[in-house]
Write a protein that binds this ligand. Structure first.
Ligand code: CDP
Length: 244
């Protein structure tokens, strides 16, 4: 079957990465959590005390940042490496979460990340989630989803996620983080979070993960089926023309 690119965008904590990862597994596609790349840049900026108001420092730091994804042979999960070190755990800390949207609003950071993300999608077969995937990274993606969920549902999910890692934060602290990130992400000048005109809206408030995943898979299969029939029609026309 012809491969497609799937772009999943939406607000913080509405289940984009969980859904994208499982969709990619089912379709045998590559999963890219673009947010983890911005988080890795943020971690580097924190560790190296990069002043984000100093453009020269930001540019120099970006030259020193090398991000790659590698498969963990034991867990079969893709993990993110920052300059050779696996930072999968560190990038999910509340400290990084509280700063990532400010770092992601910088034009230099975005240009750098978008270039890398576009390269990953050149050969299709990618499920990427983020904030600007359907609008900037893959404006030609065959399937675009804009995910939403109520703030309460998103806070509860984040609480559970931290609890699973043995960390406990109050609903108020998590709510504040989600709200302030949404605010910065939707109002920034550089590629703000926006629903692409041709995106399907998926409200996950009362859906289970399986339901979300199946919803996306159905849409993807439908699109792949249409592409296949269009290709078959073109093949027939070409054959008929060669006979004439
Ligand atoms: O917490 P959640 O999983 O929803 O966020 P994330 O996907 O890990 O992204 C963290 C932050 O990175 C977002 O709040 C945005 O500020 C930024 N980001 C972005 O600007 N563009 C993207 N394509 C992905 C993430």
């Amino acid at each position: 079957m012809k491969k497609i690119n799937i772009a999943i965008d939406g607000y913080a904590g509405c289940g984009k990465s969980t859904t994208a990862k499982l969709v990619a597994q089912k379709l045998h596609y590559l999963f890219v959590d673009s947010g983890s790349m911005y988080r890795a840049v943020t971690l580097y900026f924190i560790q190296n005390q990069v002043d984000i108001t100093n453009l020269e420092q930001v540019k120099k730091a970006l030259l020193d940042i090398h991000i790659v994804f590698k498969n963990n042979a034991q867990t079969h999960q893709r993990e993110i490496y920052l300059n050779g070190i696996c930072v999968e755990k560190e990038i999910r800390s509340l400290e990084v979460s509280n700063y990532v949207s400010e770092v992601s609003a910088l034009k230099e950071v975005r240009v750098n990340m978008v270039k890398q993300q576009q390269r990953m999608g050149l050969h299709k077969g990618v499920v990427m989630d983020g904030r600007d995937i359907g609008t900037v990274v893959f404006p030609d993606a065959e399937l675009k989803i804009f995910m939403t969920a109520t703030l309460d549902a998103r806070v509860q999910r984040r609480k559970l996620e931290f609890a699973e890692k043995g960390q406990s934060y109050s609903a108020a602290v998590l709510r504040e983080n989600l709200l302030s990130r949404d605010e910065i992400d939707t109002t920034r000048q550089e590629s703000p979070l926006r629903q692409a005109q041709d995106a399907y809206v998926l409200d996950t408030t009362s859906l289970s993960i399986d339901e979300q995943v199946n919803w996306v898979i159905e849409k993807a299969q439908h699109i792949m089926g249409s592409l296949e029939s269009a290709q078959a029609r073109q093949d027939i026309i070409r054959q008929e023309q060669s006979v004439i």
